[in-house]
Design a protein around this ligand. Structure first.
Ligand code: SF4
Length: 433
């Protein structure tokens, strides 16, 4: 609907009056102690991590349920109840949640909704407000919404939700490392397998086994499980030839969520390309670089203790990671995890490390990293409405091309209304050039 100037003025003055008259009512469904029994719906994120989240929540005393994998229904419902100017991932997660509530599988009276909050400069800090507004418009304004975060929580009252950080920290870290490793094994074998579907079977089996281990809170057992997974993957018959590689970088949700990225990874694999995606670990490890950079630039002031703890924590994580790496080194799929400080050094040649919104300097670092590994075809996926990633991705295209002239870069804008044929045409050019 298009409003003329007079109508716009009337709407604005009505809104001001509503606030003055205290007519505006915010979201009133809070998550208090009495709500701990509620089933908490969470949106689907990615195949190699999402199944672990309800298990970790169960250890914490909460009943989390994943929404089904993201689909066209999520996009349609998200658009219907969300603001169509938010970024595409925000639309999809809202759609996931409302679709599941509407499915009739749950009693809305016993439900809550969980959403992550990054606390950074992109919209992921404010998904909570959008989800509340969407739920209200769909008629579910009585469902409490909680922020699921190991860090700070902004703009939300959720006194009944507290994660026992020390209890779940070890298993969460190992779960992350395990999921990343299993994903690497899967991505290598799925294009090479002689028996179609075998890599997927192994992947599904180990995700289930890992979930059971997480439920028992046995972090070390995940190392043993990874050894078995490496053996199983090493035993499958594969075509022994060189495969062309395509690097995939970009916004975290569309990179790892199959529907969110319009299934381009699967499409590339049907064309015989091996798709290489940076690990999820590096996304979280970047915080060590960011903190150091922010202190250096005077953006952050950290206490003496935090300043000392940061390198100590980094070393602990690296030590833990090296245990997983040692097991992975026995696999033919193994590619060592690159040190985050080295990736940052490469990114620094392209842009300032103060660029920390969206994927920040990681996109430049990942492209540079691919170039040094001889991967010269890279797709960068950007969601519709993501200003952050347009700046730190498309905005550095010229410089990337200058520094890496043989690099073939394809920037793909992804949203619910794009034509698949157009997307595939552009990918076809990338892989045949
Ligand atoms: S990085 Fe972009 S797409 Fe992702 S949550 Fe932030 S604004 Fe949205």
């Amino acid at each position: 609907m298009i409003f003329n100037m007079q109508q716009k003025k009337e709407i604005a003055s009505q809104a001001v009056n509503n606030v003055k008259n205290n007519d505006y009512i915010g979201y009133t469904a809070f998550f208090g102690k009495k709500d701990r029994h509620r089933t908490v719906l969470i949106p689907w994120f990615t195949d190699f991590l999402s199944p672990f989240i309800p298990a970790i929540a169960k250890l914490s005393g909460y009943n989390f349920v994943n929404c089904p994998k993201t689909s066209k229904t999520s996009a349609d419902i998200g658009l219907k109840y969300g603001n169509n100017e938010v970024c595409y991932p925000a639309t999809l997660v809202l759609g996931d949640l409302i679709a599941e509530i509407q499915s009739g599988k749950h009693d809305p009276e016993t439900l809550a909704v969980g959403i992550s909050q990054t606390g950074g400069q992109c919209r992921a800090t404010n998904y909570i407000g959008m989800v509340k507004a969407g739920l209200k418009s769909a008629g579910y304004g009585n469902i409490p919404v909680i922020v699921v975060s190991l860090g700070g929580v902004f703009q939300n009252e959720q006194s009944g939700f507290k994660l026992p950080v020390f209890k779940i920290l070890n298993i969460s870290i190992n779960g992350f490392f395990f999921g990343d490793a299993l994903n690497q094994l899967f991505a290598f074998h799925v294009v090479r397998e002689k028996e179609k579907g075998r890599s997927q079977q192994i992947f599904d089996n180990y995700m289930e086994l890992a979930t059971n281990i997480i439920l028992k809170n046995k972090p070390k057992a995940l190392l043993g499980l990874l050894e078995d997974a490496v053996k199983d993957y090493n035993s499958i018959e594969i075509y022994d030839r060189e495969y062309e590689k395509v690097g995939l970088v970009g916004e975290i949700f569309v990179k790892y969520n199959n529907y969110g990225q319009a299934h381009i990874t699967e499409w590339l694999r049907t064309k015989g390309m091996e798709v290489v995606t940076p690990s999820m670990i590096e996304f979280f490890m970047q915080t060590f670089v960011n903190q150091r950079e922010n202190v250096k630039n005077g953006i952050n002031r950290l206490s003496e203790i935090t300043l000392k703890l940061l390198p100590f924590t980094y070393k602990l994580l690296q030590k833990r990671l090296s245990k997983f790496e040692k097991i992975m080194s026995k696999s033919r799929a193994y590619v060592p995890e690159e040190n985050i400080y080295k990736i940052a050094e490469k990114a620094k040649e392209i842009l300032s490390l103060s660029n920390q919104f969206g994927e920040g300097w990681m996109i430049a670092g990942d492209v540079a990293s691919f170039a040094t590994k001889g991967i010269n075809r890279v797709v960068c996926v950007q969601p519709f409405g993501c200003i952050a990633n347009h700046i730190v991705a498309k905005g550095i295209e010229k410089r990337l091309k200058k520094n890496y002239p043989t690099m073939n870069l394809l920037f793909l804008d992804i949203d619910g209304g794009m034509a698949e044929v157009n997307l595939h045409n552009r990918l076809e050019f990338l892989i045949t050039e």
